[in-house]
Design a protein around this ligand. Structure first.
Ligand SMILES: [Zn+2]
Length: 236
């Protein structure tokens, strides 16, 4: 994984996307003194069947902030696109480009933007939309003539994104050692307690540890035998 960077912006659709995907890597990065900011397109308000979106939105925002803090991330930004019906279009690209200009990351992280998980499970429209818009916005952010209204708002072009790393890809090209961050990634996912308690009858901590450990070990087989978080890295 590229190591010559200082700032990363992680852009996903929902609270818990980063915790299921890659927070062990985030923990390792913040340990090294790098700055990581989370940008969420929605508050995940449509994610819990038993809780009305009006109540779920602030609850999930709170859980996401706590979850980020566990892996050393203090800045969590919500764009307030509508959960479940996020549209891949100019409004989303503009919002993500604006954040890229504001936070000036060298590395942008997102989640699987393709149609399926592992070729067998259909991906959600929100993940596809946000992943693809993020890959696009990494370029938009550097061009002063795309979204000129952002420049008028004082957000100067940032052409410094060197890589976009996609977590949860079926075709990973790189990986980050998960050894140091694995336990914190479990605790970080566990902060989404309300969501997880509705999702599974298992003990929440057992569920989180089993899921994340199995993922990291599956990746180990491909990346030198150590538990790892895989990414598909697109250069720019
Ligand atoms: Zn999601």
């Amino acid at each position: 994984m590229p190591a010559d960077w200082q700032r990363a912006l992680a852009v996903v659709a929902h609270p818990d996307d980063l915790e299921y995907g890659c927070s062990a890597a985030v923990a390792a990065w913040t340990d090294e003194g790098r700055e990581v900011t989370y940008l969420l397109a929605s508050r995940g308000e449509a994610g819990i069947d038993t809780i009305d979106p009006v109540d779920a939105a602030p609850l999930r925002e709170r859980e996401q902030r706590a979850s980020a803090a566990v892996v050393g991330v203090s800045e969590v930004v919500f764009l307030d696109h509508e959960d479940g019906v996020i549209e891949e279009g100019m409004a989303l690209r503009r919002d993500i480009a604006a954040a890229i200009r504001r936070y000036r990351p060298e590395l942008v992280i997102t989640l699987n933007h393709r149609d399926t998980w592992g070729g067998v499970a259909w991906n959600t429209p929100d993940h596809r939309a946000v992943g693809r818009a993020t890959l696009d916005a990494a370029g938009d952010a550097g061009n002063r003539w795309i979204f000129p209204e952002l420049t008028e708002r004082g957000l100067d072009p940032w052409d410094g994104v060197r890589w976009v790393a996609v977590a949860g890809s079926d075709t990973p090209t790189h990986a980050v050692d998960a050894t140091a961050g694995l336990e914190r990634s479990v605790q970080s996912l566990l902060e989404h307690r309300t969501y997880i308690e509705v999702l599974t009858d298992e003990d929440p901590e057992t569920y989180c540890r089993t899921f994340l450990t199995a993922n990291a070990e599956r990746t180990a087989a491909r990346f030198g035998g150590r538990p790892a978080v895989p990414f598909e890295v697109f250069g720019r």
